[in-house]
Design a protein around this ligand. Sequence first.
Ligand SMILES: Cc1cc2nc3c(=O)[nH]c(=O)nc-3n(C[C@H](O)[C@H](O)[C@H](O)COP(=O)(O)OP(=O)(O)OC[C@H]3O[C@@H](n4cnc5c(N)ncnc54)[C@H](O)[C@@H]3O)c2cc1C
Length: 410
Amino acid sequence: MKRHVLIAGAGASGMTAAIWAAREGARVTLLEQKDCPGKKLLSTGNGRCNLTNLNQKDEYYRCSQPGFPSSVLRQFSVDDTLEFFRRLGITVRNRNGYIYPNSDQASSVLEALLQELEYSGVRIVCGCPVTGAVRDGDTFLLSTERGQLQGDALILAAGSKAAPVTGSDGSGYKLAAGLGHQIITPLPALVQLRCREKHYKRLAGVRTEARVSLFADGKFLAGDQGELQLTDYGISGIPVFQVSRYASVALHRKQDVTARINFLPHINRRQVGKLLEQRRRELENRNCVQWMNGLLNSKLSAVLLSLAGIQEKQPVKSVSRSQWNRLQELITDYETNISAVNPFENAQVCCGGVDTRQVREKTLESCLAEGLYFCGELLDVDGICGGYNLQWAWSSGAVAGRNAAKGARP
Ligand SMILES: Cc1cc2nc3c(=O)[nH]c(=O)nc-3n(C[C@H](O)[C@H](O)[C@H](O)COP(=O)(O)OP(=O)(O)OC[C@H]3O[C@@H](n4cnc5c(N)ncnc54)[C@H](O)[C@@H]3O)c2cc1C
């Protein structure tokens, strides 16, 4: 008799797990609470789906147990992922290591997975939230609104709490906790940061290259460089997303969180000093707002001048040495106080989740309940922005699916 594998959640990881479990010979039932599978996948990469990244480093995946993600990723690597999708008909485009389908449509990635699920004989039941899961002898019993289902193995692939409109409403954590698993508090990650200062309304809409460094109680946590976006409540953009999970954790611990921003990150501090001095000499007959023109975005310049105590119409010649020093400091080391991160609704992923210390890294099987497996964002693993979270979904889905189908078989 074929082993029956039940999977809760038809997102990126659950669909991958289903395909691999079916390829290993299992009978697979994939349960999805939304009316169709893969809703989140459709919104990835602004609808284009950045499905992986060729530039892989262990530190791009964050987890309370640092070696855990790489052990899983080694078993189903980026090359395996590209081959998997190639065989499903997806031709990819490489943008500096960031991999997208050549169609530039996330929908084509979803369609390829759905075709393969169909050809593999996976039974997909949509509009079917899993409300409970219990171990019953050697099997699992799942409660759904449509009645109970019994299986030899259960894969929890229900995602996190990020972007709950796509279906990941956190119910997977309850299912895992009900089966005895510890949950590390899920917090929003890859998300915008809200700042205390009042001047952000004047900065809304500014986009500028910058380096963002994050501190908690004065201790450096993380930094990143890229296009910073200023909003009416704080800071956003890729470099902010990359450090945001550390802000989430520090704020959750009630620490004081600050970000320091360098608005001229492509040159060093000494070069900045020389540049400003040269502009001061060459534009000495201008007023200060004219002097700033062409250096930084004009809205940003106006705010930095006022923070330095300099009037916009003030002649350059009349600016005191301490005002210049303060302005230079603001340009290269502007400090802002972080009051909060945006909520789960705005987050691309969560940090936290099922504690990996209770999960076997070789198989993704629970250490507590034989036949129970986990994959995807439900686990306490979050990647940086750039295709890493989907890579985690594909890798962990493949590992969980293969092993759930094999069971205790060596
Ligand atoms: C706007 C946005 C853009 C993103 N862009 C990228 C990108 O370009 N590249 C990248 O690598 N990552 C990106 N991500 C992150 C990536 O989409 C996720 O990390 C990935 O989809 C997680 O896959 P998953 O299978 O673990 O969870 P999900 O994709 O969230 O799937 C979980 C599924 O389980 C279902 N479910 C939940 N609970 C139950 C239940 N009780 N019963 C039945 N079904 C249930 C949900 O409805 C959902 O369909 C993006 C995320 C967002 C929000």
